[in-house]
Ligand binder design. Structure first.
Ligand code: NAD
Length: 503
């Protein structure tokens, strides 16, 4: 789709006007976009649209969302096929984790957008008496959305729904690792939008690097913490705001009083949906030392029930996705080998098939911090179990690592639940379940520090692409008291002293 020219410019096939003045004309006369353009000019064209969209109404924004919704409805099978071709994703999982979250996001925004866009009056503090104030949510303007490969439809179109709801234009850079889905997203966007509104730029790291040099008004990046740092550094050059949806090691703490049968089923599903290639997948388990054996037994039962009900072997299950590519396959198998060679115990799985990039759900015990498996985000079907002797130890272990994107806690005692909530920090915490919070559109979704900056979904996604503009209207307030202006006399000093004392 894109040719990288030796000098500075990248060209996109579907537009051919390199002249900003022609872009203006194109917009004015609504002429059809020609076929190549450099990225600077693409952004300039979106800048013009974003200025026009500053005054867009809720109905106009909703019209954008509705056309995306209808396209998805008409092309559901094409989306399933693209995901199947990219990494053997089961259809039911595509429907549940790629399509449903996006259609739910669309419907939620359509239902609430008018309310979200309304300026909010705020109370007037006493020293501000005589003024009235409101918070206006204005579109930030132009946005860049860079998405990862693991939920390539959901994590590309989800943020776009937030951008369009907020009235922003968007240039989208999907992942190069899922070519079928990224191509489909590109087709969808070119059918629905003019490139001066929303455009897809396909390509690898070089394209991202070029895009990141441009002065967008907001960058919404989903991906790894290491690339998140590159994105934030690049954004700093233009003082562009960022939302960073990153990853990391999301722990599960099982309290002594947890229902292990229930917990095992939920953990197995949360871990093995998308074959463990989920940013919020349980990364490792902390279980009380007295419960480890029972937990392992329950997890084996759950795996059998969900992925091997006919005893043909999990590899034959139509519900287990495959590893995205050879590079990740090699990384994961080496992680298993490293752990085993360092003394980890294999309690389930451990087999793999390079040809189909299948890796068994693999459960390890006797792991330690020196092993790769406990150092990096696993992002695959390996699940290490660590045992602890007291809840304090489990909490201290979690706190010794970077703050996770999600923390899962299973237990009944409410005091101990509160203790875990109070004494740990994570982007989201789920009590007695796993992964489910992603689908709750009233909750902010995202990380904290190493696992992310800023939040997504529903109103929180809308806020990410909006500037909260505080507007103060003076009527008869304190600044009208001429006594408070220089030269400051004794009266002014007395008034200022009272302000400090009383407010
Ligand atoms: P990644 O960071 O390697 O790539 C993400 C995107 O950034 C891709 O489009 C890629 O082309 C681009 N990119 C890669 N290197 C770049 C560079 N040097 N400069 C500029 N752009 C670059 O991530 P991935 O492998 O696609 O996805 C896996 C990671 O994403 C995991 O860490 C996972 O936890 C995280 N993730 C987070 C969320 C979330 O919502 N928090 C969701 C899904 C995945």
């Amino acid at each position: 789709m894109i040719t990288l020219f030796p000098e500075k410019y990248l060209y996109i096939k579907f537009i051919d006007s390199p002249e900003p003045s022609r872009i203006v004309k194109m917009l004015k006369h609504k002429s059809k976009a020609p076929s190549t353009i450099n990225l600077d000019i693409l952004l300039q064209s979106q800048k013009l649209t974003s200025l026009a969209w500053r005054t867009s109404t809720a109905m106009e924004r909703i019209a954008h969302l509705k056309k995306i919704g209808s396209w998805i409805k008409d092309n559901q099978q094409a989306i399933r096929e693209a995901l199947k071709n990219d990494f053997g994703k089961p259809e039911a999982e595509t429907d549940l984790s790629e399509i449903f979250p996006v259609t739910a996001e669309i419907n939620h925004s359509i239902k609430n957008l008018k309310k979200w866009m309304k300026p909010n009056s705020v109370p007037t503090p006493l020293p501000m008496l005589g003024t009235s104030s409101k918070i206006y949510l204005e579109p930030k303007g132009t946005s860049l959305i860079i998405s990862p490969w693991n939920y390539p439809f959901n994590l590309t179109i989800g943020p776009l729904i937030s951008a369009l709801s907020a009235g922003c234009t968007a240039i989208i850079k999907p992942s190069e690792m899922t070519p079928h889905t990224s191509d489909l997203v590109s087709t969808m966007i070119s059918e629905l939008f003019d490139p001066s509104e929303v455009a897809v730029v396909l390509g690898e790291v070089e394209i991202s690097t070029e895009l990141l040099k441009l002065p967008f008004d907001h960058i919404f990046f989903t991906g790894s913490p290491s690339v998140g740092k590159i994105v934030m550094k690049a954004a700093a050059a233009n003082l562009t705001s960022v939302t960073l949806e990153l990853g990391g090691k999301s722990p599960v703490i099982l309290n002594e009083d947890a229902d292990l049968t229930d917990a095992a089923e939920k953990i197995i599903w949360g871990k093995y949906v998308n074959c463990g290639q989920t940013c919020i997948a349980p990364d490792y388990i902390l279980v009380h030392e007295s419960q480890q054996e029972k937990l392992i037994m329950e997890m084996k039962v759950a795996l059998q029930k969900m992925y091997d009900p006919d005893y043909k072997g999990i590899e034959k299950s139509p519900d287990m996705a495959r590893i995205i590519n050879d590079k990740h396959f090699k990384r994961l198998t080496q992680t298993i080998e490293d752990a085993l060679s360092e003394g980890a115990a294999l309690v389930f799985g451990g087999k793999y098939t390079p040809l189909t990039r299948y890796i068994d759900p693999t459960i390890l015990t006797n792991v330690n911090n020196d092993m790769q498996v406990m150092q990096e985000e696993i992002f695959g079907p390996i699940l290490p179990i660590l045992s602890y002797s007291s809840l304090e130890n489990a909490i201290a272990y979690v706190n010794s690592k970077p703050k996770p994107l999600a923390l899962y806690y299973f237990g009944k005692n409410s005091e101990q639940t509160s203790k875990v909530l109070r004494e740990t920090s994570s982007g989201n915490t789920v009590i007695n379940d796993c992964v489910l919070h992603f689908l709750h559109l009233e909750l902010p979704f995202g990380g904290v520090n190493n696992s992310g900056i800023g939040k997504a979904h529903g109103y929180h996604g809308f806020l990410a692409f909006s500037n909260e503009k505080g507007v103060l209207k003076q009527r008869v307030g304190i600044n009208n008291v001429t006594l408070l202006r220089p030269p400051y006399g004794i009266k002014a000093k007395q008034i200022i002293a009272s302000l400090i004392k009383w407010f």
